[in-house]
Design a protein around this ligand. Structure first.
Ligand code: SF4
Ligand code: SF4
Length: 309
C-alpha cells in the first residue's frame, strides 16, 4: 500500500531534494529562512522512488511588480494574466481526485500573487480540497503592507503560509513579520543565498534556442526539476516548460513543447503514471544549458534575450 504523505513528509535537511527550514525566530511563531535546494548533481539522476509529489506550483498571475533579470518564470516578458477562480477549482478538484490529497505542498505564486484582486477567494477552495497539504503563498513581499485585514485573517483561518523571496532591495519587510505574528500567520523568507553577499546574486539558467543540448545530461544537472507546475489542466515537470510561451512570444522563438513534456490531468489514467512522468527527463530538456548555470549580479531586466540564453 502506498504511504500517505503525512507519513512521508518532513521538513527536509539542507542538501536534500528540496528546501530546508532553518528556524531563526526566538518568538513563539516560526519565522524561518527557507533555503531552496542545494543539489548534489550526482544525486540528481533519478535517485528517488517518488511516492508522492513533494510540491506543485500554481501561478495566480503571470506578471509581476518586480522586473528581475532572467526571471525563471519569464514574468518580465509575460502579459497580464489573472487565474480564473473557477478554473482553479476545477483543476484542483481533479488533482485532489487523482492524488487522493497526497501532495506535500501547494505553492501559489507567479509573477507576484498578491497582485490578484481575488487572492483571498483561492484559500478556502485549496484548503477544502487539500486539508492536509502545506499551502504557501510565495511573494516578493512588496505589496504586503497594502493587504487588507481580510487577507491576514484568511491566511490564519485557512492556514496559508507566507514565504517571502528576498531580493537585494531596500524594502524593509520586518514590519510584515511583526504583522504576521500578530495575526498568527506563518511567515518566512526563501533564499538560495548562504551569506549576505550571496543575496546580491542570482543564477542564470541559460536556454539553447537551437535545442542542441543532450537532454539526459541537461536533466541530470537541472536544479529546476522539482518545480512541477499545474497550468490549464496540465501538469508540467518544471516552470521552464510551463511558462516558455512568454519567452517564445516575446522574442518570436519556437521552443517546442511536445505531448511528452507534460501530463494532461484529465486524460492520465493513474496517479502512478503521472508520478513516473514527473520524475523522468523530457524532450524539452534539450533546450536547457544546465551545465552552464552562471552567477550574475541581481538587477532589473532589460528584456534582452541574453538574460535567458
Ligand atoms: S519577483 Fe520573482 S516572479 Fe517577479 S520578476 Fe522577480 S523573480 Fe520573477
Ligand atoms: S526542461 Fe528539463 S532541464 Fe530544462 S528546466 Fe525543465 S526539467 Fe530542467
Amino acid at each position: 500500500m502506498r504511504s500517505t504523505h503525512k507519513e512521508l513528509i518532513h521538513e527536509p535537511e539542507q542538501g536534500e531534494f528540496t528546501y530546508s527550514l532553518i528556524h531563526l525566530s526566538k518568538t513563539n511563531l516560526p519565522i524561518v529562512l527557507i533555503f531552496t535546494y542545494s543539489y548534489d548533481v550526482n544525486a540528481c539522476a533519478l535517485p528517488y522512488n517518488v511516492l508522492m509529489l513533494e510540491k506543485i506550483d500554481i501561478h495566480l498571475v503571470d506578471h509581476c511588480n518586480l522586473n528581475c533579470k532572467g526571471c525563471t518564470h519569464f514574468s518580465p516578458l509575460a502579459e497580464k494574466f489573472f487565474l480564473d477562480i473557477d478554473e482553479f477549482e476545477r483543476d484542483l478538484t481533479r488533482f485532489a481526485e487523482l492524488s487522493k490529497g497526497e501532495v506535500g505542498s501547494i505553492f501559489m505564486l507567479g509573477g507576484e500573487p498578491l497582485l490578484h484582486p481575488e487572492i483571498v477567494d483561492f484559500f478556502p477552495i485549496a484548503r477544502k480540497l487539500f486539508p492536509n497539504t502545506r499551502l504557501v503563498i510565495i511573494s516578493n513581499g512588496i505589496l504586503l503592507s497594502q493587504m487588507e485585514e481580510r487577507f491576514w485573517k484568511a491566511c490564519k483561518r485557512y492556514n496559508i503560509q507566507l514565504w517571502i523571496s528576498k531580493y537585494d532591495l531596500s524594502v524593509d519587510l520586518s514590519p510584515m513579520a511583526k504583522k504576521a505574528a500578530e495575526y498568527g500567520v506563518f511567515y518566512g523568507y526563501t533564499s538560495t543565498a548562504r551569506t549576505k553577499q550571496d543575496e546580491k546574486f542570482w543564477t542564470k539558467c541559460p536556454l539553447d534556442v537551437e535545442g542542441g543540448q543532450y537532454w539526459l545530461n541537461s536533466y541530470k544537472h537541472c536544479t529546476l526539476k522539482n518545480c512541477a507546475t499545474l497550468k490549464h489542466g496540465k501538469l508540467y515537470p518544471c516552470c521552464t516548460i510551463a511558462h516558455i510561451e512568454h519567452f517564445n512570444k516575446f522574442f518570436g522563438k519556437d521552443l517546442k513543447v511536445s505531448d511528452f513534456d507534460y501530463v494532461d490531468i484529465y486524460k492520465v489514467e493513474s496517479w502512478d503514471t503521472l508520478l513516473n512522468v514527473m520524475q523522468a527527463p523530457h524532450p524539452f530538456c534539450k533546450y536547457c544549458k544546465t551545465t552552464n548555470y552562471q552567477a550574475d549580479v541581481w538587477g532589473a531586466s532589460h528584456k534582452d534575450i541574453s538574460e535567458w540564453t
